[in-house]
Design a protein around this ligand. Structure first.
Ligand code: CFM
Length: 474
């Protein structure tokens, strides 16, 4: 049976439709697990909310604007400083967060005055900053505040500021995916085309769906600089607010994370007729393909080959060293969605690893089509997985390493299975040629750490069935 009901899900049998095991000869026209629908009550979801998708994933990365969260202070606090997207603006965007700090009385009497006060104060405290994102949250959306009206008023009063409002209350969708969508469409509607960029090259692109996690955008920027290509805007790694207003002037949109930012690429195609090119910027072999595709679009094939030759010469040997030690290792990828299909075949081709189980928090049907097409037979593919399912997966397969976030990562560490941060990385960047080597090095260090031998000395662990199932020799 391609669909699988875990024992832990016997009381929520609907979960069966969200778990798929690929069998020989099957393709995605026959089976796809359900995805991008409400979490089934009783399943302890790993998902985030719509506000989080807008703020933490996309908007919060922008390096030169005030991030005003219109809601209770907790929404601001919980998305402050928790993601690793540095910038060359002295990490301004990581240092600060702003909140209108709504309380019970605002719920009763309205919070618009409070928002206006907070916005005015924030601009006063940071006089050099003239740009702002305002996010709505569950509470301020429920009481029917009109933050757009407030912001237009402030823009008029101050004269030299520009404010973008994202209507992304947490409850707006089934996961953070809805917040990505709201921000993409809103930005396109309100801000793209409101400023003209300075054009310095006849080859111009936007890099879409790359958030400079631990410096990813710097790596991509380096390659593109060498090819003589001007990046109008990275959506949104290490980017300025005003660069994003100029996205309409690119001749090509290069899309990495299609899940979080495919929408704006499609809109730029529809409104400005800018072609969309999907690439993988993770994976040694995939990056070659990506650079060749971009080069071919502009007739810069030679430049692409130069960059590839230079980078391959630097990193090929290192990758081979890790491949020798990582081949045959079995791993799980439990992240948001796109990294499943970006990584599974890359890790297989570059390093000879085997991805035996994957779980996506919020991927849509198209993400499952991609990952099942690229993934192995026998691999378990889960939508919106819960912790108990993860434990059950680990009883049924052997895993040498899990790529996941710190929450689940800390759980699997208790089973003495190493984890690598598949969201924010351990020691990135992970994109590009050097990134593929960094990722291999982190996985090698995790699997071969001598710490596991010491940990195996704990008799409580040695006796536990989970330890034996994990297949380690203490
Ligand atoms: Fe795109 Fe991302 Fe991801 Fe994502 Fe995310 Fe992320 Fe992710 Mo964590 S934008 S969908 S909402 S690649 S934060 S940088 S790692 S779950 S697979």
């Amino acid at each position: 049976m391609p669909l699988k009901l875990f024992c832990c899900d016997e009381c929520i049998p609907e979960r069966k439709n969200h778990v798929y095991v690929k069998e020989e000869g099957e393709d995605t026209t026959q089976f796809l697990p359900l995805s991008n629908i409400e979490t089934i009550p009783g399943s302890i979801s790993e998902r985030g909310c719509s506000y989080c998708g807008a703020k933490l994933v996309i908007g919060g990365v922008i390096k030169d604007c005030i991030q005003m969260i219109h809601g209770p202070v907790g929404c601001a606090y919980d998305t402050w400083h928790t993601k690793r997207y540095p910038s060359d603006n002295d990490n301004f965007q990581l240092k600060y967060i702003w909140s209108s700090d709504t309380k019970e009385k605002h719920i009763v009497f309205g919070a618009e005055k409070q928002l206006k006060k907070a916005i005015t104060e924030a601009f006063k405290e940071f006089p050099e900053i003239k740009r702002m994102f305002v996010y709505t949250t569950c509470t301020t959306a429920l009481i029917g505040d009109d933050p757009k009206a407030v912001c237009r008023e402030v823009e008029k009063e101050l004269g030299d500021v520009d404010i973008f409002v994202v209507e992304c209350p947490g409850f707006a969708g089934v996961s953070q995916s809805k917040g990505h969508h709201e921000l993409n469409i809103g930005w396109m509607r309100d801000k793209v085309g409101t400023l003209e960029p300075e054009i310095t090259s006849e080859y111009t692109i936007n890099v879409i769906g790359d958030y400079n996690i631990q410096g990813d955008s710097y790596v991509l920027q380096k390659y593109l600089d060498k090819m003589g290509i001007q990046v109008i805007a990275h959506f949104t790694g290490n980017v300025k607010y005003d660069q994003l207003r100029c996205m309409h002037r690119a001749k090509l949109n290069v899309v990495n994370c299609a899940r979080s930012a495919g929408y704006i690429a499609n809109e730029l195609k529809r409104v400005y007729d800018i072609p969309r090119m999907d690439v993988d910027t993770w994976g040694f072999e995939y990056v070659k393909v990506a650079l060749r595709k971009i080069g071919a679009f502009f007739g810069l094939e030679d430049k692409a080959e130069e960059v590839i030759a230079e980078e391959v010469a630097k990193y090929e040997g290192k990758l081979a060293w890790y491949k020798e030690r990582l081949k045959g290792k079995q791993i799980c990828i439990w992240t948001g969605g796109p990294r499943l299909w970006h990584w599974t075949k890359a890790l297989e081709d570059d390093l000879g690893m085997e991805v035996v189980a994957m779980s996506s928090k919020f991927g849509h049907q198209e993400d499952f089509e991609k990952v099942i097409a690229r993934g192995r037979v026998g691999t378990i593919y889960i939508d919106d997985g819960n912790e108990l399912e993860f434990f059950e997966v680990l009883e049924s397969i052997h895993a040498d390493l899990i790529l996941t976030g710190p929450r689940v990562g800390d759980l699997v560490k208790k089973l003495h299975i190493p984890y690598i941060n598949g969201h924010a990385y351990h020691n990135g960047p992970y994109m590009g040629f050097e990134g593929a080597v960094n990722m291999a090095r982190d996985m090698y260090n995790a699997i071969y750490s001598p710490m596991w031998n010491l940990a195996g000395k704990d008799p409580r662990v040695v006796d536990s069935p989970m330890w034996n199932l994990a297949g380690k020799d203490p």
